[in-house]
Design a protein around this ligand. Structure first.
Ligand SMILES: Cc1cc2nc3c(=O)[nH]c(=O)nc-3n(C[C@H](O)[C@H](O)[C@H](O)COP(=O)(O)OP(=O)(O)OC[C@H]3O[C@@H](n4cnc5c(N)ncnc54)[C@H](O)[C@@H]3O)c2cc1C
Length: 446
């Protein structure tokens, strides 16, 4: 066996990818630039360093999508999960991890693997040959970022995310909201009704602005703002610039008629746009925010129609390098313009330690199978792994693509189950049962 797999970045994704490929019998070289070249967030030279919180979030594999992802990674001999379990700290239903021993153990395990070599170099180009996985994360080094930008085009690589909150469609009160594009623009009925609109009268608008101004906000981390620009201002910063600013920006009411009250002109309108092909998720247009999570749910539930909204993810703005995966990657995470290169981890537009490691697990297996000449069956869409990879490589709206956590809104509905909050428990159990069966079957066939 002469063909090696090169993995750039030994974070959550790169470490898991290396482990999976090596366990399948492929020789791996990990190129990790730390500690020679640092980032503003990493503190050590260890692989798989957790840069901020020490939580892998919920460990509930029956009622929570991230817990299900834990389950699937454990079933697939995942190094990150196995090591996290070994260094677990008490945290109720969450999986909290003792970060330093965790990263030291991952590093030791990879260093001692007979098929894995670790080099300390920064990779600055996208090679034309060989098998490569780029898993350089949210803080990809600047020179490599430029090389990726040259390959993908400036509009396909972002250095900050600007995440607007995402709402489950079935939690929106359609007796108050309605579907309509501004001025009914569009060639087809689908385009003319592409937006979901929530109306506000003057009192509701004024109360909403007061709540935005008073809400608790998070700050950027030190060093995080370098290169931050004015193009994606948080909604609360826009409201600080004047009480009417939002009414002339993302909340302008023009070109819209409320069919529930056709004679009343709304004072302001909040618009939501479909976020996935399944139509199960809607993002609140222009509502990127740095409000704290608790404040966000309180403030956004003041919007008529969203009083009982369930959020698939809340908003945020972070330093985050990520590519437009829905347009750039094929279903095997290969760069369409250079198929000898795969991307994995947070740079593909997933977010979080767990999701990043999960995409590393898939990329490692897919790359190893290619090198070994094995045909892997398609990754099952109804598993958490499958829901996530299919979202980033095609299911997500490419034009508005922003990083995504795993959530049940990415899953195909199970027929015959009650929607809304009441049916949630049974629905989630049905999703996780189906996912486990499909993932187990895929592992057996792989
Ligand atoms: C400030 C900050 C706070 C965060 N807080 C959280 C949180 O609380 N919870 C959470 O779940 N997620 C958080 N994240 C996101 C989290 O860091 C990622 O989800 C996860 O680490 C991504 O895994 P990854 O493998 O894709 O990238 P990383 O884990 O970042 O690994 C990428 C690796 O690539 C290396 N690298 C970069 N460029 C090169 C190069 N050119 N050559 C060689 N090596 C290179 C880096 O040194 C790094 O080790 C945070 C991110 C940031 C930036």
């Amino acid at each position: 066996m002469t063909q090696k797999l090169h993995i750039v970045g030994g974070g959550m994704a790169g470490s898991e990818a290396a482990w999976q490929a090596a366990e399948m019998g492929v020789d791996v070289v990990i190129h990790e630039m730390r500690p020679k070249v640092g980032t503003f967030a990493h503190q050590t030279g260890n692989l798989a360093e957790m840069v901020c919180s020490n939580s892998f979030r919920s460990d509930d594999d029956e009622q929570n999508a991230v817990g299900l992802l834990h389950w699937e990674m454990r079933a697939a001999n995942g190094l990150i999960m196995k090591t996290a379990d070994a260094h677990r700290l008490p945290a109720g239903g969450a999986l909290a991890v003792d970060r330093d021993p965790f990263a030291e153990a991952v590093t030791a395990k990879l260093r001692s693997h007979p098929r894995i070599e670790i080099t300390g170099d920064e990779v600055t180009t996208l090679p034309d040959d060989g098998h490569w996985i780029f898993a350089t994360g949210p803080l990809t080094s600047a020179t490599l970022g430029e090389a990726i930008r040259a390959e993908t085009g400036a509009e396909s690589l972002a250095f900050f995310d600007a995440i607007a909150p995402i709402v489950y469609a079935d939690s929106i009160d359609m007796s108050k909201a309605w579907m309509q594009s501004r001025y009914d623009k569009g060639e087809t009925e689908e385009e003319r009704t592409a937006y979901l609109n929530c109306p506000m009268d003057k009192d509701q608008y004024e109360a909403f602005i007061d709540a935005l101004l008073a809400a608790d906000k998070t700050e950027f981390h030190e060093g995080e703002t370098a290169g931050y620009f004015d193009g994606c201002l948080p909604i609360e910063v826009m409201s600080e610039r004047g009480r009417e600013t939002l009414r002339h920006g993302p909340m302008k009411p023009v070109g819209l008629t409320n069919p529930h009250q056709p004679d009343v002109k709304p004072h302001a309108v909040v618009q939501l746009r479909r976020d996935n092909a399944l139509g199960t998720l809607f993002n609140i247009v222009g509502f990127q925010t740095k409000m704290k999570y608790g404040a966000q749910t309180e403030v956004f539930r003041m919007i008529p129609g969203l009083e009982n909204a369930s959020f698939a993810r809340l908003g945020g703005i972070h330093r985050n390098t990520f590519i437009n995966s829905p347009t750039l990657l094929d279903v095997q995470m290969r760069l369409k313009s250079k198929p000898n290169i795969r991307f994995a981890g947070q740079i593909t537009g997933v977010e979080g330690y767990v999701e990043s490691a999960a995409m590393g697990l898939l990329a490692g297996r897919l790359a190893a199978a290619e090198i070994l000449g094995l045909d892997l069956p398609e990754i099952p869409k109804d598993s958490a792994m499958g829901a996530l990879i299919h979202h980033i490589t095609g299911g997500a709206e490419a034009k508005t693509f922003q990083p995504m956590n795993v959530n049940f809104g990415l899953f195909r509905p199970v027929d015959g189950l009650k929607g809304g909050r009441r049916g949630r428990k049974d629905r989630y159990k049905a999703y996780t049962d189906r996912a486990k069966a499909e993932w187990t079957c895929w592992l057996e066939q792989s």
